[in-house]
Structures are given as C-alpha cells and as structure tokens.
Design a protein around this ligand. Sequence first.
Ligand code: BDP
Length: 326
Amino acid sequence: MNMKLTGKLLGAAAALALLAGAATADNWRAWNIHHDGHPNTAAMDRFAELVDSKTDGEITVEVFHGGVLGSQPDALEQVRLGAIEVGNFNLGPIGPMVKEANLVSLPFIFKSVPHMFRVLDGEAGAIMAKGMADAGVMPLAWVDAGARSFYSQKPINTPADVEGLKIRVMNNDLYTAMISAMGGNPSPMAFSEVQQALKTGVVDGAENNFPSFKNVGHYEVTTNYSLSEHLIIPECICVNTSKFEALSPELQAEVRAAAEEAALYQRELWAVQSEQARKDVEAAGVAVNEIADKAPFQNAMASVYDDYLAANPDMRALVELAQSTE
Ligand code: BDP
C-alpha cells in the first residue's frame, strides 16, 4: 500500500471515529433566565465550555438564555422530567416542590451571604441537596444571588411602609406570607412580567438583588431601592438526577468539576458586578436607601415562622441547624 493510500485510509478511519463519537455525544440543553450582562449568563456559558473541554466533547451543553425555554417553575418541572437537562435555578421556586429547599426562603434565616454559604457547605446543605436530588433536580454547585431588597416608588424604611402596597413576589407561599405579615398585598408573578407590571402600576413594587434589578430594566421604572435584605436565597447549577446518575463515574466527576469551577467564577463575577449594578442604578437616578434598623422587619416575620413551623414541624430541626451555624 502506498503512503498516500495509507494516509487516506487513516483519514477515513479518523473521520469515522469522529462521527461515531459525535453520534454518541450527549447533547444537553440548559435553562437560564438571565440575559447578557448578568453574571449568571457568563457563568452558564463558562459551564458549557468546561463540560465540553473536560468531557472531550462527550457531553455538550447548549445554554438558552433569557428564559426562552419557559418560566422558572415550568423549567424546573422540565428538568425534573428530563426534558431539559440543566438549569441555573433560584431555590425560591424550588421550595414548593422540595420541602427542605424551603429553608432558604424563610426571611432573615441567614445573617449574611457568607453565613448562607457556611450553612450550604454543612449538614443542612447536604440535607437540602438530597431532597432536591430525590425530587429530580440535583444541585451540582451553589451560586451567589446576594440579598433581595424591596423597591417601589417610595422608600420602604419600616414594615409599615409596605402596608397597602401590592408587591410582586416569586412563586412560593412563604413570600406571600411575608408580604401579608407586613400588611401588603402579595402578587406572585413570572419574572418576565415584572417590568411591565411595575411600569403600568399593576404592582407597586417588587424585590430582588441589584444585578437582576438592573439587568431586566426594573430600575428604569422604579425610583427607590430600600436595603431591607430580607431574603438571601442561593441558586444552583442543577441537573436532572437520572441523567446525571446514568453517566459513568468519570463523566460525573468531570461534569461536577465543571459546575464547581463555573460556580466559583460566578461568585467572583457576582462580587464585582453586583457592586457595579448598584452604582449603575444610582447613576440612573434610583435612590438607594440604607435601613439603619432591620429589627422591625425581622420582628414582623415572627408569625411567618410560627405558621410555617406549625404546618411543617419536620422542618424545625433544619431551621435550628441553620440558625445555630456560626
Ligand atoms: C432573580 C433570580 C431568578 C428569579 C428572579 C425573580 O436569579 O432566578 O427568577 O430573581 O425574581 O434574582 O423571579
């Protein structure tokens, strides 16, 4: 066989091997609610690149940004069913389907973002992760979502300022209870509808962290952002449990490592970009109000905790575990 022919045959064999590889590649879809310019969008793109490189293309991830694959509750359901493989989910909307995940939706449960991560990295986090995985949404890594504060056309300095206001919340009974406990009218609504609702006065206010407040233009239709920091809710890079468990141990380790690296990248971006988002909204004319004493807000949440623990006595141990974490 001459050298030319050998070369050709080898080339053909390589092409076939590539084709075979491509045919067996697992192509995953990932859901992300955020748009360009949000730290999680960059982090999810990084996750896709890392999965591709770590698994040598055996798994590819296509990220769909801007919530185009559906609202968050819908996307969660789809990941549970395996119709979408991956998502960057907030634990708020996971609470109604995974009891343990609701821990993080209790207002003021965490003292700070670092405290929240210490709880997640400890026994409480392991219990939550197991509950989520059993429900079909397995967290591979936790990401930062800062603290959520109220915004509306007037400053909110005390719980009494919420009285009579219609406030948009995410889908979770704990948030409706939280607003009701201050005398406000809670309005659960999809994230994609909030800007219009604020603009047309369908709601008087909403609550979120600085990057989300900025990224989807809520700041353009709001004049006051008041630093209540009443909820510190983590997010995850989550995968359909069966899909993940069907992978070889080697691929599982590579996908997990990709998620962990992407999450560390997200936390770095978050630190810088949430500061920047605050500056940007202030420069655009939003008044950011410090709340010197948050105790009245915390005290107003007593009935939320009492009612929740009366209805869910099995959550008491997890709540106490979080509260006793240094
Ligand atoms: C953002 C979260 C996103 C939520 C959104 C909301 O990152 O997952 O859907 O808040 O308020 O901060 O719905």
